[in-house]
Design a protein around this ligand. Structure first.
Ligand SMILES: Cc1cc2nc3c(=O)[nH]c(=O)nc-3n(C[C@H](O)[C@H](O)[C@H](O)COP(=O)(O)OP(=O)(O)OC[C@H]3O[C@@H](n4cnc5c(N)ncnc54)[C@H](O)[C@@H]3O)c2cc1C
Length: 489
């Protein structure tokens, strides 16, 4: 008899969903292998904002998830727009430039609402994503459609709730235990994993294995190999343990690579952020209010249309664009008119401040004279119209080679603030090919018996960019599917 019915590799959102789902679907003995020690457990999930993007028809559909939301946020429903599946799909298609895998996208979107309800039943409490998605307008909050709800207490809470749910269901959790190889029988069926822990190597047998152990974002050699320069220099926003192990061991037995291996999710973060995610700061090094200001490189030039779209549709590509600028840094500049619109996360940093643009640029580690010219040209190019942070307001510049397409107000009200930023890598897009059962396919386009994958390891959904809140949703949807099918394997 095998040691376990199902072994799940990893302990982030996707793996946890798989383990809990496997137990629910009848797997008697389920183990989770977590490479990290207990005090660093939980993968990127722990560091995340816990934001969950899913489809719903009406604001009222959110009430079963957060029954007391109107008490938490008075007037909540008034600020929520409908987000039916076709709208989610349009967002995913738009930001991935039509490259998202249509079958996986259908599954992700089609099962998203059902899966958040399932998560709630498993003990994942939720709340309105006030600081991530809401823009306050007077007394009410306008929500970014589809990205309204997050796990209670963000990623820290989500991870803790998943561990509690797994423990309550009798899942064995082995910390400091890394999967180093998959074991197959002569017919090619995956029958277990070789692991390494403090005592050395051993083998664990299982009827099925689910890989939910992240991408290769924390592996500089793989970043250089697949993403190229300058990604080996990137700061890692989350866990240091996602070094591509799951991808490597799957590819070693013939899994089919899939998706954009040169692509990743990467965001503007504080230039002083640590080399790897800080467990207390978590996602608070993000600097995502750039649509309301001006962004310049070290030569003092603009290089990105800050107002191209809402931040949740541009932030995941902007980190890489910044990292590819000279010295891999840039500066966000705001005036006092928008100070109240800066995300609360800005409070974890200290800006350069001045009462004139000239005095501001002189303090920055960039070409100040050129920057001042850029800001003056920008101010002169701002058109007329009404600034409205809750819609694409069309308040754009005219005559600049690189426009700012929305929210373009002049920088004219002191005090001015400047925030040095760099690009931090979040997770990689390349993965393995899975079918609708989350079963891993081989290079002959046949399922590998006994092997399933979920979370960041699934290739094909994201290309070049990503709509905020989709990573955790994908992990939960495919984790749940993987666990259920592994239980029946
Ligand atoms: C700062 C930050 C903020 C984010 N905010 C959001 C957000 O608000 N909403 C959203 O949707 N997404 C967000 N994301 C992305 C999201 O966190 C990821 O998409 C998601 O957590 C991936 O889940 P996962 O289970 O696939 O991987 P992870 O959560 O990274 O888990 C991978 C697990 O595998 C383990 N592991 C690795 N190698 C091995 C091995 N060889 N053996 C055993 N275990 C191994 C790791 O230790 C870890 O436990 C954010 C990410 C970061 C870093």
């Amino acid at each position: 008899m095998a040691d376990y019915d199902v072994v799940v590799v990893g302990a982030g959102n996707a793996a946890m969903a798989a383990a809990v789902s496997a137990r629910e679907q009848g797997a008697g003995r389920v183990a989770i292998l977590e490479k990290a020690p207990r005090d660093l457990r939980g993968g990127n999930t722990h560091y995340s904002g816990g934001l969950l993007r899913f489809a719903y028809e009406r604001g009222e559909d959110l009430l079963p998830l957060v029954p007391d939301v109107e008490q938490q946020v008075p007037g909540f429903l008034a600020g929520v727009e409908s987000y039916p599946p076709r709208r989610f799909r349009a967002d995913l298609d738009r930001v991935t430039e039509g490259r998202t895998d249509p079958e996986l996208a259908d599954i992700l979107i089609g099962r998203s609402y059902d899966t958040v309800q399932w998560m709630a039943r498993q003990g994942i409490a939720m709340e309105a994503a006030v600081s991530l998605s809401g823009v306050r307008v007077g007394a009410t909050i306008k929500w970014s459609p589809g990205a309204v709800i997050r796990a209670r207490h963000e990623g820290v809470g989500l991870s803790a709730m998943w561990f509690k749910a797994a423990q309550e269901r009798g899942v064995d959790i082995r910390y400091g235990t890394s999967a180093t190889r998959l074991v197959q029988d002569p017919r090619g069926r995956v029958t277990g994993v070789v692991t390494r822990d403090g005592d050395g190597f051993s083998e664990i047998s299982a009827r099925a294995v689910v890989l939910g152990c992240g991408g290769f974002e924390a592996n500089p050699e793989w970043r250089a190999r697949y993403l190229g320069r300058p990604w080996d220099h990137a700061k890692v926003r989350g866990t240091r343990y996602n070094t591509g192990d799951g991808l490597r061991i799957a590819l070693e037995i013939g899994a089919l690579p899939c998706g954009q291996w040169t692509g990743c999710h990467s965001t503007p973060i504080d230039a002083q952020a640590p080399a790897h995610g800080d467990r207390t700061l978590t996602d608070k090094t993000n600097r995502l209010s750039y649509p309301f200001g001006v962004l310049v490189d070290v030569h003092g030039r603009r290089f990105f249309d800050e107002g191209e779209d809402f931040q949740l549709y541009t932030y995941a590509k902007l980190g890489g664009i910044i990292l590819n600028q000279p010295r891999g840094i840039a500066v966000q500049i705001f005036d006092a008119k928008v100070a109240g619109l800066l995300e609360g996360r800005y409070r974890t940093g200290t800006p350069v401040t001045a009462d004139s643009l000239k005095a501001l640029v002189e303090q920055l580690p960039i070409d100040g004279a050129r920057c001042l010219e850029t800001l003056e040209a920008y101010n002169a190019a701002v058109g007329s119209g009404t600034f409205d942070p809750t819609v694409r307001d069309g308040l754009r510049t005219t005559g600049l080679a690189l426009p700012k397409s929305n929210w373009a107000q002049p920088l004219d009200t002191p005090p001015f603030t400047a925030w040095p930023v760099t690009g931090g890598i979040t997770f990689t897009f390349g993965g393995v090919k899975v079918d609708e059962r989350a079963q891993v396919q081989n290079t002959s386009w046949m399922p590998i018996p006994g092997l399933y994958a979920c979370g960041e390891m699934v290739g094909g959904l994201f290309h070049s960019n990503y709509p905020g809140g989709t990573g955790l949703m994908s992990g939960a949807v495919f984790g749940r599917i993987a666990g259920a099918n592994a239980a029946g394997a």
